[in-house]
Design a protein around this ligand. Structure first.
Ligand code: PGA
Length: 249
C-alpha cells in the first residue's frame, strides 16, 4: 500500500519559539489518521521537535544531509547524526539545493546511500525548470534525475524511498501544475521505476507533488491516481493551512 503523505518543508523560516509553537499546534490538531504527516524544520530545531512530536504520529526530518559519512566537513550534518537524534526522514535534491548549491544527481545518489545505511527515509526530489518544459524536454530530464539518483539501489532499498515531483516553475510562485500535468508526470515516473524494478515495486512507492500546493488545490491534486500526497513549502508554515491540506485526501 502506498502511504498518503503530507510533508512540510519549512526551508529557512521561523525562529526557535515560532517553530516549537507550530509543531505544538500540529500535535494538538486532528487530521485524517491515515495520513502520514512529516515536518522538515531547520536542522537546528530537529532534536527539540522530535521531543515535541514524540507522543504523536508526526514524523520529523532534515532538509539536507552530507554525502560523507563523517569527518572534516565544516558545517555539514551526517546521516548518522540525523538518526542519533531520532529523526526518520530527509529531503534529498530539493531544487533549491540543486540550483543554489550545485547539487547534482551523482552526489545526491551518495546522500541517499548514507541515509539508507542509517535507516532514514529519503524524499528524493525531481522536477524541471520552465524552459525544459517549454522545450518538451521535461520527461527526459525527470527520467535522468530518477535514473541517476536512484537506480543504483536494490528493489528493497528503493522501496524505502519516497519520490517528490516538484516542477521548479511551480515552487513558491503561486503557479501550480494542473492536476492533469501532475498526474501525467507522476504516472510517467512510476512507469520509469516499473521499467527497472517491476510494477509491484513501482506501485508501492509514494510519489508526492510539490509546488504551490495549498488548501484550495490540494483536493484536486491528491485525487489523481498517482499523486500520493504533497511536499508543501509556504502553506506548511501556517498550522490551519497545513492541516487543511492533510485533510484533502
Ligand atoms: P511551495 O514549496 O509549496 O512554497 O511552492 C514547495 C517546495 O519547495 O517543496
Amino acid at each position: 500500500m502506498k502511504k498518503k503523505i503530507v510533508a512540510g518543508n519549512w526551508k529557512m523560516n521561523k525562529t526557535f519559539n515560532h517553530a516549537k509553537e507550530l509543531a505544538q499546534q500540529l500535535v494538538n490538531s486532528s487530521y485524517d489518521t491515515e495520513v502520514n504527516m512529516i515536518l522538515f524544520p531547520p536542522a537546528l530545531y530537529v532534536s527539540e521537535l522530535v521531543d515535541i512530536t514524540s507522543e504523536s504520529s508526526i514524523g520529523i526530518g532534515l532538509q539536507n544531509v552530507s554525502e560523507h559519512e563523517k569527518g572534516a566537513f565544516t558545517g555539514e550534518i551526517s546521516a548518522e547524526m540525523i538518526a542519533s537524534v531520532g529523526a526518520q526522514y530527509c529531503i534529498v535534491g530539493h531544487s533549491e539545493r540543486r540550483e543554489y548549491f550545485g547539487e547534482q544527481n551523482q552526489v545526491l545518489s551518495k546522500k541517499i546511500n548514507q541515509l539508507l545505511l542509517n535507516k532514514i527515509t529519503p524524499i528524493y526530489c525531481c522536477g524541471e525548470i520552465l524552459v525544459e518544459r517549454e522545450k518538451g524536454n521535461h520527461f527526459n530530464l525527470v527520467k535522468s534525475q530518477i535514473k541517476e539518483g536512484l537506480f543504483h539501489l536494490s528493489s528493497e532499498e528503493i522501496l524505502s524511498c519516497i519520490v517528490a515531483y516538484e516542477p521548479v516553475w511551480a515552487i513558491g510562485t503561486g503557479v501550480t501544475a494542473t492536476s492533469d500535468q501532475a498526474q501525467e508526470m507522476h504516472s510517467f515516473i512510476r512507469g520509469v521505476i516499473a521499467e527497472k524494478y517491476g510494477l509491484e515495486v513501482a506501485s508501492k512507492i509514494s510519489i508526492l507533488y510539490g509546488g504551490s500546493c495549498n488548501p484550495e488545490n490540494a483536493k484536486e491534486l491528491f485525487a489523481c491516481n498517482d499523486v500520493d500526497g504533497g511536499l508543501i513549502g509556504g502553506a506548511s508554515l501556517v498550522a490551519e493551512k497545513f492541516i487543511s491540506i492533510a485533510n484533502s485526501f
